[in-house]
Design a protein around this ligand. Sequence first.
Ligand SMILES: [Zn+2]
Length: 122
Amino acid sequence: MTGFSIVAGKPVGCHRCGQQSALAAWVPHEWQREDGSWTTGGGRRQAPLCQTCDLTDPHAGALALFLRFHPEFTTGGEIAEDALAQFSHLVEEWLPHAKVPVVSDEDFEADIAAWRSGEFDG
Ligand SMILES: [Zn+2]
């Protein structure tokens, strides 16, 4: 999987519930050009793995559950070899399906208006 990378220990907010995510992945971000072809343009976006929202996701749920029982992967500590192998397998299962936050045109316009009025809170 080219262009993917995992970020642990620097949690980002979940775009669905606002909680801090267990870990996040940088995933290639594709968009469609006017001619209909797809490109990533080298762009990547951060996709959080949330231990609440992703728990029932068929591709992320096992990893979210795994991280509940293995905090050493997100907060530091000794990592056992068999746990590392399991983590690696679960990450490979999740990455191709990692959900990048989607911003609607209305949310984007509201953020711009808030920024212009000095009330943007991120
Ligand atoms: Zn969440």
